[in-house]
Design a protein around this ligand. Structure first.
Ligand code: FPP
Length: 229
């Protein structure tokens, strides 16, 4: 049997709050540890022979509903993370990209995101994408509106795929941590034929060893894309 090839990986990082609570810590500590895990997973993906993109759900359009202090902390953490990880991106030949409506962020944070995208734009071993103020329905709606603004009266699937923010139109594997089994408005168009993997592990405890096992599981699956095997 031929092995599946994993090119586009998407991850819903869930469980930071529960991880912190289990240790009697503030939720913010879970987010801090979670950010470190993103670095480890990105470095692993950059070295992986077939992975071309990894897209992390870092902040959804619904996350604004969280307490103001937590939202502010996440914004500051993102700014610190990008400053710190620029070295990791350069060292590992990783290109950083953001998807989502970042206009809702502070001008300083928007600038940090743009600077990091520009500084890494020539790196080619991996595209590391953070979904920021991202929602799948909003992305599809925006794509259709862009096409209509260009004068399209009827759109094809190929038109929509090409107007999305992601540099790919199909995710191969979607992983969600913490035992929750839902897609939470993530990459709705792109996951049409994705394989799903749900793990009980809380995101701050997620390791490259576990990802390795998940990829092995994925490689052994049969994907029929609606046809017969
Ligand atoms: C879910 O945990 C996680 C998020 C809100 C998004 C992921 C955020 C990070 C990994 C933090 C840092 C990210 C960057 C890019 C600096 P949760 O808070 O929903 O956990 P819970 O369900 O246990 O409460």
């Amino acid at each position: 049997m031929t092995k599946q090839t994993l090119k586009n990986l998407a991850i819903i990082m869930d469980g930071n709050g529960r991880w912190a609570k289990q240790r009697g810590l503030n939720r913010t500590k879970g987010h801090e540890k979670g950010a470190e895990v993103i670095r480890d997973i990105t470095t692993y993906c950059a070295k992986h022979p077939s992975i071309e993109t990894v897209t992390f759900y870092a902040f959804s359009t619904e996350n604004w509903k969280r307490p103001k202090l937590e939202v502010e902390f996440l914004m500051k953490l993102l700014d610190r993370y990008l400053q710190k990880e620029l070295e990791t991106y350069q060292k590992n030949n990783v290109r950083f990209m953001a998807i989502g409506d970042i206009k809702a962020f502070s001008p300083k944070l928007q600038e940090r995101i743009r600077i990091t995208e520009k500084a890494t734009s020539r790196n080619s071993d991996l595209k590391h994408i953070l979904a920021l103020n991202y929602g799948g329905r909003a992305e599809i709606t925006h794509a259709v509106n862009t096409l209509m603004a260009k004068g399209k009266k009827a759109v094809t699937e190929a038109d929509i795929s090409s107007a999305l923010q992601t540099p790919y139109s199909d995710i191969d594997l979607l992983v969600r941590t913490s035992g929750e089994e839902r897609v939470s408005n993530y990459l709705l168009w792109q996951i049409s034929y994705a394989e799903f993997y749900f793990t009980e592990t809380l995101w701050p405890d997620f390791t490259i060893e576990e990802l390795d096992e998940i990829i092995e599981d994925f490689e052994g699956r049969t994907r029929r894309f609606g046809g017969l095997s």
